[in-house]
Design a protein around this ligand. Structure first.
Ligand code: ASP
Length: 325
């Protein structure tokens, strides 16, 4: 069944239907190859637009409500920058403690409030499924900017864009994800997105932070091979993409467990000396100790480019959902 088109702009509704128009973006499972190609292509156009002109007036008159119940630097500010660079405006609620949430207002009521003022809502919330709940109550489109340990679909799209930009194509790559695979929502989304391509997966983590079974099931069901390892040294020489994650301290109930695993993996020049010449190191950021600063100037370090690409991909998503791509 075609998902319901939400209220965006009746004029645009008559003109444009690119498959994103008026849709919520909740999970990477909404994306097939055609939709991925489309968003990556528009993301590229947005990059060129920003490099040449800085901004455009594509979303002039549109308002984004940026609702963050969890800390964020990149996702929140790149969504804001994306909207501003396309000529729109933003209601930033980056600190819900100063909103009526502190007075006990529910998520559905908060969403109903914001959609009375805005055309689209971006939400980050600590509970898995919260973005879907928000989308259920909203008559305006909702974009998931991270629902607890669940998903982070816009991060996965910018990760994919970065891989294609750096390595030309995704098919045939060996992708290793390292660190906190249990609580890291970015690796959950990226894995589920990459099953659209013929890649080989290696999941490297301590035993207590292994990739959740539901994600491994998606990989297996799609016919992909994967390996699980504990030692990054064993695989570093063979990978095209090393996707490093932060151990998610805020998700641990026992901090002694966190202390045991927090510095298990550190990418440093010694490790990089064993890596292929043509490969990339990625990280959704923020990093704590997982990548030493001495690696930052290595041409294989893609994490700052990855972060910049977030704005282009979020520009593409906002334009597509609001019917202006
Ligand atoms: N910024 C990413 C996220 O929100 C990764 C992280 O926090 O470690 O999931």
């Amino acid at each position: 069944m075609e998902p319901k088109i939400k209220q965006v702009d009746s004029m645009a509704a008559n003109r444009i239907h690119n498959g994103f128009y008026g849709q919520d973006i909740i999970s990477v499972s909404q994306f097939d190859r055609a939709r991925l190609d489309y968003i990556l292509g528009v993301g590229n156009e947005m990059k060129i637009l920003v490099e040449r002109f800085g901004s455009a007036d594509l979303l002039q008159g549109k308002i984004l409500a940026n609702l963050f119940y969890e800390p964020s630097t990149r996702t929140s500010s790149s969504f804001m920058a994306a909207m501003l660079r396309l000529g729109g405006q933003v209601i930033p609620i980056n600190n819900v403690q100063y909103s009526s949430v502190t007075k006990g207002e529910s998520l559905p009521d908060t969403v109903r409030t914001l959609e009375s003022y805005a055309d689209i809502i971006v939400i980050r919330h600590p509970e898995v499924g919260s973005a879907a709940t928000a989308a259920h109550y909203a008559s305006k489109p909702v974009i998931n900017a991270g629902d607890g340990v669940g998903e982070h679909p816009t991060q996965a799209l910018l990760d994919l864009y970065t891989i294609v930009e750096a390595l030309g194509e995704v098919g045939g790559l060996k992708v290793a994800m390292v660190g906190d695979l249990k609580f890291g929502r970015t690796v959950h989304s990226l894995t589920k997105l990459l099953v659209n391509y013929p890649v080989e997966f290696t999941f490297v983590s301590p035993e207590i932070l292994r990739m959740p079974k539901d994600v491994l099931d998606v990989v297996a069901a799609s016919g992909h091979r994967y390996e699980e390892r504990e030692d990054v040294h064993e695989i570093i020489g063979d990978v095209d993409v090393l996707y490093v994650t932060r151990v998610q301290k805020e998700r641990f109930t026992d901090l002694a467990e966190y202390d045991m695993v927090k510095d298990r993996y550190v990418v440093d020049p010694e490790l990089m000396s064993r890596a292929k010449e043509r490969m990339i190191i990625m990280h959704p950021l923020p990093r704590v100790n997982e990548i030493s600063y001495a690696v930052d100037n290595d041409p294989r370090a893609a994490y700052f480019r990855q972060m910049r690409n977030g704005m282009y991909i979020r520009m593409a998503l906002l334009a597509a959902v609001l019917g202006k791509a």
